[in-house]
Design a protein around this ligand. Structure first.
Ligand SMILES: Cc1cc2nc3c(=O)[nH]c(=O)nc-3n(C[C@H](O)[C@H](O)[C@H](O)COP(=O)(O)OP(=O)(O)OC[C@H]3O[C@@H](n4cnc5c(N)ncnc54)[C@H](O)[C@@H]3O)c2cc1C
Length: 465
């Protein structure tokens, strides 16, 4: 029998379009191996729950086609060579990951394995195209999204590889560890609402893709309205690779005869975020525009608490923060409003907000998250200018006119008339009384006054201009 190939399983928990598994399986027996390694980055608690559930599904999917999924933990560069030795594997394949530390570590590991005579092959299984494919003519990275988008749209996106239908594993495979041994699930089951909202696994991801195909024609107009349910909610699945971005691309550009380009544009933002992260590895921590290094931020524990708990007195911000806490997700428009409120109205450093998102989002993704925060804070490439400060009340009136989203997540305001639900502190006493809202008792007064906070932010910006 052929010597086996180890396939490292990481953010690619699927059977469709899995180049590393597909090519390894064509060549002989395969050992799919998931090594949980927190040495380079620690996933947040919500993310760990999501990862556990998806690994659980993936193990069953692999078993159903004659395969298996093995688990281990520790530093990849220490654990993997032991597996190579133990299983007498002749080759190791993986789909590439692009956060710079992981990429560098993997490159070094590939060289070491190759020096030991092990065949190493890496594949594109994460993005539409590897970040080095879309650059300016002189090889410099794009800093403007539209140019990146245009260049990528001219390139050919390879077709997905066929879905794996069967595979063979070596006869004796020592199970070593069970998924539960990785201790990804928190001891206290605070994730009950998440269990209700999210179906893990590839089948659920493909079901969402299909469902979204029926409403993609409304995406351009409807995606900014959090209660409309038009957005795809595919990011949690993309983040663990339960769905392949190339499969999404080809599905929506070839099989769906509707206007799909606005959605494709968003998928390309994801590739762009990775390109920025690869070329500017400091972007999760440092502002990309130098002048922001001198920006004077505030430390205010009470304001921070009000933001994370969804008690700022600005209902749209509070609804978003509570959606995040309960479900591990927040609608994109609301992410922008909540992030803007933290970094501009409260002047709390965007990095602190970004860390909170990384800890609480199930789709937590370093590239997209730092791109999102830098964009909102005005310190990133091609960002919203700093002086464009969202008015949370106007944003709320525009994108959640009837207050449906607010009513869902801020139940103490559910009986407020639509006219006042966006700014309860502006409501007359009798309106508040009739809706059962007691400001300062069951719903907070605004923690800052919008006009004053806006002016304070502009004054700070003036100092670094
Ligand atoms: C402050 C802030 C933080 C964010 N943090 C994350 C994060 O940690 N992880 C994450 O996946 N996205 C993040 N985003 C981007 C975006 O909010 C989410 O991808 C989107 O809300 C996911 O919902 P959806 O799948 O329904 O998106 P859809 O609107 O249906 O879009 C489809 C897909 O396109 C990609 N996409 C959409 N918008 C963006 C964007 N602005 N940047 C990059 N890719 C995008 C996502 O993969 C998404 O799943 C952040 C945005 C902001 C403003």
């Amino acid at each position: 029998m052929n010597k086996p190939t180890i396939v490292l399983i990481r953010q690619d928990l699927r059977l469709h379009d899995h180049p590393a598994l597909y090519h390894a399986s064509k060549e002989g027996p395969v050992i799919p191996l998931y090594i949980h390694d927190e040495s380079l980055s620690q996933p947040g608690e919500a993310r760990k729950w999501w990862l556990h559930r998806n690994l659980e599904h993936y193990q069953k999917s692999l078993e159903a086609i004659g395969g298996c999924l093995l688990f281990d933990e520790g530093k990849l560069e220490e654990v993997l060579p032991k597996w190579v030795k133990k299983t007498e594997a002749a080759a190791v394949y993986w789909n590439r990951l692009y956060d710079p530390d992981t990429f560098e570590r993997d490159k070094k590991l590939a060289e070491e394995l190759a020096a030991d005579g092990i065949k190493v092959k890496t594949f594109e299984g994460t993005l539409l195209l590897p970040p080095w494919k879309i650059t300016k003519a002189d090889g410099a990275p794009y800093k403007v999204y539209t140019s990146y988008y245009k260049a990528l749209r001219k390139a050919e996106i390879p077709k997905p590889v066929p879905t794996l239908k069967s595979m063979s594993v070596p006869e004796i495979v020592d199970m070593h560890m069970q998924l539960a041994d990785l201790r990804l699930l928190p001891e206290i089951s605070w994730y009950k609402i998440m269990e209700k909202v999210w179906d893990p696994g590839e089948k659920a991801a493909l079901k969402r893709m299909k469902r979204f195909s029926n409403r993609v024609q409304d995406y351009d107009e409807g995606r900014d309205y959090p209660a409309a349910g038009i957005h795809s909610t595919l990011s949690p699945y993309l983040s663990v690779g339960a769905v392949s971005v190339r499969s999404l691309f080809h599905h929506f550009t070839e099989k769906i005869e509707k206007q799909t380009e606005p959605f494709i544009k968003q998928l390309i933002w994801r590739d762009f975020s990775y390109s920025v992260l690869m070329h500017f590895p400091q972007s999760p921590e440092e502002p990309l525009h130098e002048k922001f290094k001198a920006f004077q931020w505030e430390e205010n524990a009470a304001h921070w608490e009000s933001w994370i708990k969804g008690r700022t007195g600005y209902p749209i911000v509070d609804a978003g923060m509570r959606e995040l806490w309960a479900t591990g997700f927040m609608h994109n428009r609301v992410r922008m409003i909540a992030a803007s409120f933290l970094s501009k109205h409260l002047l709390i450093p965007w990095q602190k907000g970004a860390d909170w998102f990384m800890d609480t989002l199930i789709d937590a993704d370093t590239a997209n998250n730092s791109m999102g925060w830098q964009w909102v804070a005005g310190s990133g490439f091609d960002s919203s200018p700093y002086f464009r400060i969202f008015n949370p009340t106007l944003q709320s009136e525009k994108f959640d006119g009837e207050g449906e989203y607010i009513r869902m997540w801020v139940p103490e305001l559910k009986d407020m008339p639509s006219k006042y639900i966006h700014s309860p502190s502006a409501a007359p006493d009798d309106v508040l009384e009739e809706a059962g809202v007691k400001l300062g008792v069951n719903y907070p007064h605004p923690v800052v006054d919008h006009k004053a906070a806006r002016q304070r932010a502009l004054d700070r910006f003036e100092k670094i201009k």
